[in-house]
Design a protein around this ligand. Structure first.
Ligand SMILES: [Zn+2]
Ligand SMILES: [Zn+2]
Length: 254
Protein backbone atom coordinates (compact mmCIF):
# COMPACT_ATOMS: atom_id res chain seq x y z
CA UNK A 1 0.00 0.00 0.00
CA UNK A 2 1.41 3.37 -0.99
CA UNK A 3 1.29 5.90 1.78
CA UNK A 4 -1.44 8.56 1.46
CA UNK A 5 -2.87 6.94 -1.63
CA UNK A 6 -6.30 6.90 0.00
CA UNK A 7 -8.21 9.22 2.27
CA UNK A 8 -10.68 7.84 4.80
CA UNK A 9 -13.63 10.23 4.93
CA UNK A 10 -15.28 8.78 7.99
CA UNK A 11 -14.95 5.95 10.46
CA UNK A 12 -18.30 4.14 10.41
CA UNK A 13 -17.67 1.75 13.31
CA UNK A 14 -16.32 2.88 16.70
CA UNK A 15 -17.01 1.91 20.31
CA UNK A 16 -16.92 4.00 23.49
CA UNK A 17 -17.37 3.45 27.24
CA UNK A 18 -21.07 2.88 26.55
CA UNK A 19 -20.03 -0.61 25.39
CA UNK A 20 -20.09 -1.75 29.03
CA UNK A 21 -17.74 -3.55 31.40
CA UNK A 22 -14.61 -1.89 30.11
CA UNK A 23 -15.15 -3.23 26.59
CA UNK A 24 -14.92 0.25 25.04
CA UNK A 25 -12.21 2.43 26.55
CA UNK A 26 -12.76 5.98 25.29
CA UNK A 27 -15.42 8.61 25.81
CA UNK A 28 -17.43 9.88 22.86
CA UNK A 29 -15.42 13.12 23.02
CA UNK A 30 -12.13 11.20 22.90
CA UNK A 31 -13.22 9.25 19.80
CA UNK A 32 -14.40 12.45 18.12
CA UNK A 33 -11.22 14.38 18.90
CA UNK A 34 -9.09 11.48 17.64
CA UNK A 35 -11.15 11.43 14.42
CA UNK A 36 -10.54 15.16 13.94
CA UNK A 37 -6.83 14.65 14.59
CA UNK A 38 -6.78 11.97 11.88
CA UNK A 39 -8.51 14.31 9.42
CA UNK A 40 -11.86 12.52 9.26
CA UNK A 41 -15.00 14.41 8.27
CA UNK A 42 -17.45 11.95 9.85
CA UNK A 43 -17.59 9.47 12.69
CA UNK A 44 -20.23 6.96 13.71
CA UNK A 45 -20.45 6.11 17.41
CA UNK A 46 -21.69 2.52 17.33
CA UNK A 47 -21.72 0.81 20.69
CA UNK A 48 -22.97 -2.74 21.10
CA UNK A 49 -26.74 -3.19 21.02
CA UNK A 50 -28.65 -3.67 24.30
CA UNK A 51 -29.07 -7.42 23.67
CA UNK A 52 -25.40 -8.11 24.34
CA UNK A 53 -25.44 -9.19 27.93
CA UNK A 54 -21.88 -8.17 28.79
CA UNK A 55 -21.02 -5.24 26.53
CA UNK A 56 -24.42 -3.97 25.40
CA UNK A 57 -25.45 -0.35 25.77
CA UNK A 58 -27.96 0.43 28.54
CA UNK A 59 -31.23 1.69 27.02
CA UNK A 60 -31.63 4.29 29.73
CA UNK A 61 -28.34 5.89 28.62
CA UNK A 62 -29.62 6.64 25.11
CA UNK A 63 -30.96 10.16 25.90
CA UNK A 64 -27.63 11.07 27.55
CA UNK A 65 -25.65 9.76 24.57
CA UNK A 66 -27.90 11.68 22.17
CA UNK A 67 -27.40 14.91 24.14
CA UNK A 68 -23.63 14.40 24.25
CA UNK A 69 -23.45 13.90 20.49
CA UNK A 70 -25.73 16.87 19.76
CA UNK A 71 -23.53 19.09 21.93
CA UNK A 72 -20.33 17.84 20.28
CA UNK A 73 -21.85 18.43 16.84
CA UNK A 74 -22.43 22.04 17.83
CA UNK A 75 -18.99 22.42 19.33
CA UNK A 76 -17.24 20.94 16.29
CA UNK A 77 -19.60 22.30 13.67
CA UNK A 78 -17.75 22.57 10.34
CA UNK A 79 -14.96 20.27 11.54
CA UNK A 80 -16.67 16.91 11.81
CA UNK A 81 -20.14 15.37 11.67
CA UNK A 82 -20.89 12.89 14.44
CA UNK A 83 -23.59 10.26 13.98
CA UNK A 84 -25.19 8.30 16.77
CA UNK A 85 -25.38 4.69 15.73
CA UNK A 86 -25.44 1.29 17.34
CA UNK A 87 -24.06 -2.14 16.49
CA UNK A 88 -27.28 -4.07 16.85
CA UNK A 89 -27.31 -7.85 17.34
CA UNK A 90 -29.16 -10.66 15.65
CA UNK A 91 -31.06 -12.16 18.61
CA UNK A 92 -33.47 -14.57 16.95
CA UNK A 93 -33.25 -16.90 13.94
CA UNK A 94 -36.78 -15.82 13.05
CA UNK A 95 -35.10 -12.59 11.97
CA UNK A 96 -35.16 -10.23 14.96
CA UNK A 97 -32.64 -7.72 16.28
CA UNK A 98 -32.23 -6.25 19.75
CA UNK A 99 -33.77 -2.80 19.13
CA UNK A 100 -37.28 -1.70 19.99
CA UNK A 101 -39.21 0.78 17.86
CA UNK A 102 -38.98 3.39 20.61
CA UNK A 103 -35.15 3.14 20.56
CA UNK A 104 -34.94 4.13 16.90
CA UNK A 105 -35.62 7.83 17.43
CA UNK A 106 -32.19 8.18 19.04
CA UNK A 107 -30.18 6.74 16.15
CA UNK A 108 -28.94 8.33 12.94
CA UNK A 109 -27.59 5.00 11.69
CA UNK A 110 -28.07 1.35 12.64
CA UNK A 111 -25.33 -1.20 12.04
CA UNK A 112 -26.07 -4.88 12.51
CA UNK A 113 -23.94 -7.96 13.08
CA UNK A 114 -23.69 -11.37 14.67
CA UNK A 115 -22.08 -11.52 18.11
CA UNK A 116 -21.49 -14.11 20.77
CA UNK A 117 -22.48 -13.08 24.28
CA UNK A 118 -25.93 -12.13 23.07
CA UNK A 119 -29.05 -13.26 24.88
CA UNK A 120 -30.82 -15.22 22.15
CA UNK A 121 -34.60 -15.05 22.25
CA UNK A 122 -35.43 -18.74 22.18
CA UNK A 123 -33.96 -22.20 22.53
CA UNK A 124 -34.02 -22.85 18.80
CA UNK A 125 -31.89 -19.76 18.13
CA UNK A 126 -29.49 -20.74 20.92
CA UNK A 127 -29.22 -24.24 19.48
CA UNK A 128 -28.46 -23.07 15.93
CA UNK A 129 -26.04 -20.28 16.91
CA UNK A 130 -24.02 -22.10 19.57
CA UNK A 131 -24.42 -25.82 18.98
CA UNK A 132 -25.02 -26.37 15.27
CA UNK A 133 -22.56 -23.72 14.10
CA UNK A 134 -19.85 -25.32 16.27
CA UNK A 135 -20.61 -28.84 15.07
CA UNK A 136 -20.80 -27.55 11.50
CA UNK A 137 -17.04 -27.11 11.51
CA UNK A 138 -16.76 -30.91 11.37
CA UNK A 139 -19.59 -31.69 8.98
CA UNK A 140 -20.04 -30.06 5.56
CA UNK A 141 -23.74 -30.79 5.27
CA UNK A 142 -24.46 -29.31 8.68
CA UNK A 143 -22.25 -26.33 7.89
CA UNK A 144 -24.27 -25.68 4.75
CA UNK A 145 -27.48 -25.82 6.77
CA UNK A 146 -26.07 -23.32 9.30
CA UNK A 147 -24.88 -20.92 6.60
CA UNK A 148 -28.40 -20.95 5.17
CA UNK A 149 -30.00 -20.28 8.57
CA UNK A 150 -27.45 -17.60 9.55
CA UNK A 151 -28.06 -15.86 6.24
CA UNK A 152 -31.87 -16.15 6.36
CA UNK A 153 -32.02 -14.51 9.79
CA UNK A 154 -29.88 -11.49 8.97
CA UNK A 155 -31.51 -10.99 5.56
CA UNK A 156 -34.98 -10.91 7.12
CA UNK A 157 -33.87 -8.06 9.39
CA UNK A 158 -32.33 -6.13 6.48
CA UNK A 159 -35.59 -6.47 4.53
CA UNK A 160 -37.78 -5.38 7.44
CA UNK A 161 -35.67 -2.72 9.17
CA UNK A 162 -33.52 0.18 8.13
CA UNK A 163 -29.94 -1.13 8.35
CA UNK A 164 -27.00 1.06 7.36
CA UNK A 165 -24.12 -1.42 7.53
CA UNK A 166 -23.67 -5.15 8.13
CA UNK A 167 -20.62 -5.33 10.38
CA UNK A 168 -17.88 -7.93 9.79
CA UNK A 169 -20.02 -10.32 7.68
CA UNK A 170 -18.66 -13.86 8.00
CA UNK A 171 -17.12 -13.27 11.42
CA UNK A 172 -18.58 -15.18 14.44
CA UNK A 173 -20.73 -17.33 12.12
CA UNK A 174 -20.51 -18.04 8.39
CA UNK A 175 -22.98 -16.49 5.98
CA UNK A 176 -23.73 -16.84 2.28
CA UNK A 177 -21.94 -13.69 1.13
CA UNK A 178 -23.41 -13.76 -2.40
CA UNK A 179 -26.99 -13.93 -1.15
CA UNK A 180 -26.35 -11.37 1.58
CA UNK A 181 -24.68 -8.97 -0.85
CA UNK A 182 -27.63 -9.15 -3.24
CA UNK A 183 -30.12 -8.27 -0.50
CA UNK A 184 -27.86 -5.49 0.79
CA UNK A 185 -27.66 -4.04 -2.70
CA UNK A 186 -31.47 -4.06 -3.00
CA UNK A 187 -31.90 -2.41 0.41
CA UNK A 188 -29.10 0.12 0.17
CA UNK A 189 -27.21 -1.52 3.04
CA UNK A 190 -23.40 -1.50 3.03
CA UNK A 191 -21.16 -4.50 3.67
CA UNK A 192 -18.33 -3.70 6.04
CA UNK A 193 -14.67 -4.50 5.54
CA UNK A 194 -13.64 -4.54 9.19
CA UNK A 195 -10.13 -3.63 10.24
CA UNK A 196 -10.22 -5.36 13.63
CA UNK A 197 -11.71 -8.65 12.41
CA UNK A 198 -10.56 -10.53 9.28
CA UNK A 199 -13.97 -10.23 7.54
CA UNK A 200 -14.93 -9.45 4.91
CA UNK A 201 -11.91 -11.45 3.75
CA UNK A 202 -10.35 -11.02 0.31
CA UNK A 203 -12.34 -13.98 -1.03
CA UNK A 204 -15.57 -12.68 0.52
CA UNK A 205 -15.08 -9.25 -1.06
CA UNK A 206 -14.60 -10.98 -4.41
CA UNK A 207 -17.80 -12.95 -3.86
CA UNK A 208 -19.73 -9.77 -3.09
CA UNK A 209 -18.45 -7.71 -6.04
CA UNK A 210 -20.74 -9.04 -8.82
CA UNK A 211 -23.90 -8.11 -6.86
CA UNK A 212 -23.11 -4.41 -7.25
CA UNK A 213 -23.34 -3.88 -3.47
CA UNK A 214 -21.44 -1.00 -1.89
CA UNK A 215 -19.04 -1.25 1.02
CA UNK A 216 -17.77 0.64 4.05
CA UNK A 217 -14.57 0.46 6.05
CA UNK A 218 -14.66 0.34 9.83
CA UNK A 219 -11.85 0.47 12.37
CA UNK A 220 -14.09 -1.16 14.99
CA UNK A 221 -11.98 0.87 17.42
CA UNK A 222 -12.46 -0.04 21.07
CA UNK A 223 -10.00 2.65 22.17
CA UNK A 224 -9.61 6.18 20.82
CA UNK A 225 -6.17 5.71 19.27
CA UNK A 226 -7.57 3.06 16.93
CA UNK A 227 -10.18 5.42 15.45
CA UNK A 228 -9.57 5.97 11.73
CA UNK A 229 -7.14 3.06 11.37
CA UNK A 230 -8.15 0.87 8.44
CA UNK A 231 -4.80 -0.23 6.98
CA UNK A 232 -5.60 -3.95 7.19
CA UNK A 233 -8.98 -3.45 5.54
CA UNK A 234 -7.37 -1.48 2.71
CA UNK A 235 -4.87 -4.29 2.09
CA UNK A 236 -7.83 -6.64 1.56
CA UNK A 237 -9.55 -4.11 -0.73
CA UNK A 238 -6.45 -3.95 -2.92
CA UNK A 239 -5.93 -7.72 -2.99
CA UNK A 240 -9.56 -8.25 -3.99
CA UNK A 241 -9.34 -5.63 -6.73
CA UNK A 242 -12.37 -3.76 -5.41
CA UNK A 243 -13.15 -0.45 -7.14
CA UNK A 244 -12.56 2.31 -4.56
CA UNK A 245 -15.65 4.17 -5.81
CA UNK A 246 -17.78 1.43 -4.26
CA UNK A 247 -16.51 2.18 -0.75
CA UNK A 248 -18.65 4.92 0.75
CA UNK A 249 -16.08 6.29 3.18
CA UNK A 250 -12.87 6.03 1.15
CA UNK A 251 -11.49 8.31 -1.54
CA UNK A 252 -8.47 7.95 -3.77
CA UNK A 253 -6.02 10.82 -3.46
CA UNK A 254 -5.05 11.96 -6.93
ZN1 LIG B 1 -18.88 -6.44 16.12
ZN1 LIG C 1 -17.85 -3.40 16.85
Amino acid sequence: MEKNKYKLIGDYHTHTIYSRNGHGKGTIRENVEEAIKKGLEEIYITDHGPGHFLFGIKRKKLPEIRRTIDALNEEYNGKIKIYLGVEANVVDYNGKYDLRNEDLKYFDVVNLGYHSGVVLKNLKSYFIYHILNSLGRFNKKLEKYCIEKNTDAIIKIIEEKDITIITHPGDKVKVDIKRLAKVCKENNTLLEINNHHPHLSVDEIKEAIPSGVNFSLGSDAHKPEKVGIVDQAIKRVEKAGLDINRIKNLKEVK
